[in-house]
Structure formats: structure tokens, C-alpha cells
Design a protein around this ligand. Structure first.
Ligand SMILES: *Cc1c(COP(=O)(O)O)cnc(C)c1O
Length: 232
């Protein structure tokens, strides 16, 4: 088996094992292959090996890759925006991406709503939460969610589907667990308070911590290096 194929197989097995440890159905977890810095040829190869969801974190890079890949692929794939999105890049982002994981302010939600509605689209979004409170991270502070959610729920052109977070970089993945637990608990609280949204997705877990994230309820894991190798 080719290296990329083996890596994908291994990641899928690890996701399934983590899910089964918690009595979850592995099929409810979406593997988003994060392709920042990965060249289109390898992205195409991954798509041919069965990857259906891809993530990029910069609009400029996505613009150079996504249209070309979509044109060349035989069957459509789903593109996820996982990085910080500047409001001035929203029109391009809406054209390129099918799912936005990184809505980190009401201002950004307003802009997405305005542009999506103008194009007659409804775009699925997740709200990014800065659970760890690290100053370097984007995302809503958890305590601002109860105020932000009702402001976002009334906006046309957006379909709120859940929450996303990036855990701090830690040595032992177990140390990331409390952040994932907190995101799940926050989601459960919001789902109770605002039942009009779906809240079905928790986008959490990357190469170094995805198994713990799956054990804590992740429905989307965003994985780059474990699939494509170290980035230069
Ligand atoms: C790069 C990136 C990932 C994937 O990170 P890996 O450690 O390579 O798995 C996931 N989420 C976001 C937001 C990223 O920028």
C-alpha cells in the first residue's frame, strides 16, 4: 500500500477505536483532512483514496487550490474553512467553502449572513470558542456565548450547526481533554437554551489530540500532519 493510503487507513482506525471505546458509532465522525501547504496533486490523491472532506485555513491559498481541484475531481468534495476569516475575505470564502468552522465574532457572522443571503445561499457555520482563554487564540470567550448566539440565530443565510475549538498545544494529549469536555458541556448548555439551532457538530481534535477529542464527543476532527506528514 502507498504511504498516503496507509496513513489515511491508520487515522480512520484510530478514530474508530476511540469512538468504540465510548460506545459511539465511528460513522458519525467526519474526518476533515486539513490540506494547508499540501500541493493539489496530493489532495487529489487523498480524494481518490476516499477522503470526502477537506479543510483549508487561508482564503488566499484556498483560492489558488480549490477551484482547480474541484474542476479536476470526478466527484464533488466538501471544503471546510477552519482558519481565522477576515471580514474582507468573506465574499471569496463563501464562493470557495461549503462549511465555515471559524466564526469567531458577531461582526463576522453579520458579514457572512449579508453576503450569503445576497448570493441566495445558506452557509453552515460553527462558532469558534476560545475555551483555553489563550491570548493568541481566536474565538468567543465561553462566557460571551449566551449573548452572541441569539444575535447570530436571527441572521438569514446562516445555519448554525455547533461549536469548534482548538486545544492548547500540550505534551500529553490527556492534558487537552478538559478543553474538549468544556466545549461539549458548553454545547449541551446552549442546545438546551437555544433549541432552534441544530448543535449537532463539535469540531475538535487535530493530529496530536484527535483520539481524546473523539472520546469527548467530536463529530468532526481536523487532521493535517497525521495524513500528509509534517509541514515544511
Ligand atoms: C492546521 C490546522 C489543523 C490540522 O493540524 P494538524 O496538527 O496538522 O493535524 C486543524 N485545525 C486548524 C484550525 C488548523 O489550522
Amino acid at each position: 500500500m502507498e504511504e498516503l493510503e496507509l496513513r489515511i487507513k491508520r487515522v480512520r482506525e484510530r478514530i474508530a477505536e476511540a469512538a468504540l471505546r465510548k460506545g459511539r458509532n465511528p460513522e458519525e465522525i467526519i474526518l476533515v483532512a486539513v490540506t494547508k501547504t499540501v500541493e493539489p496533486e496530493r489532495i487529489m490523491a487523498a480524494a481518490e483514496l476516499g477522503i470526502e472532506h477537506f479543510g483549508e485555513n487561508r482564503v488566499q491559498e484556498a483560492l489558488e487550490k480549490i477551484p482547480r481541484i474541484n474542476f479536476l475531481l470526478k466527484r464533488p468534495v466538501t471544503w471546510h474553512m477552519v482558519g481565522h476569516l477576515q471580514t474582507n475575505k468573506v465574499p471569496k470564502a463563501i464562493r470557495l467553502f461549503d462549511f465555515i468552522h471559524s466564526v469567531d465574532s458577531v461582526r463576522l457572522a453579520l458579514e457572512l449572513s449579508k453576503r450569503a443571503s445576497a448570493q441566495g445561499k445558506t452557509i453552515p457555520i460553527l462558532l469558534e470558542v476560545n475555551v483555553s482563554g489563550e491570548a493568541t487564540k481566536f474565538g468567543f470567550p465561553p462566557e460571551e456565548m449566551e449573548k452572541a448566539v441569539p444575535e447570530i440565530l436571527v441572521l438569514p443565510g446562516l445555519s448554525l450547526q455547533g461549536l469548534m475549538t482548538i486545544a492548547p498545544i500540550v505534551k500529553d494529549p490527556e492534558e487537552a481533554r478538559p478543553y474538549f469536555t468544556r466545549l461539549r458541556e458548553l454545547r449541551d448548555k446552549l442546545a438546551e437554551k437555544f433549541p432552534q439551532a441544530s448543535w449537532k457538530h463539535l469540531s475538535m481534535g487535530m493530529t496530536d489530540d484527535f483520539e481524546v477529542a473523539v472520546e469527548e464527543g467530536a463529530t468532526m476532527v481536523r487532521i493535517g500532519r497525521a495524513i500528509f506528514g509534517e509541514r515544511r
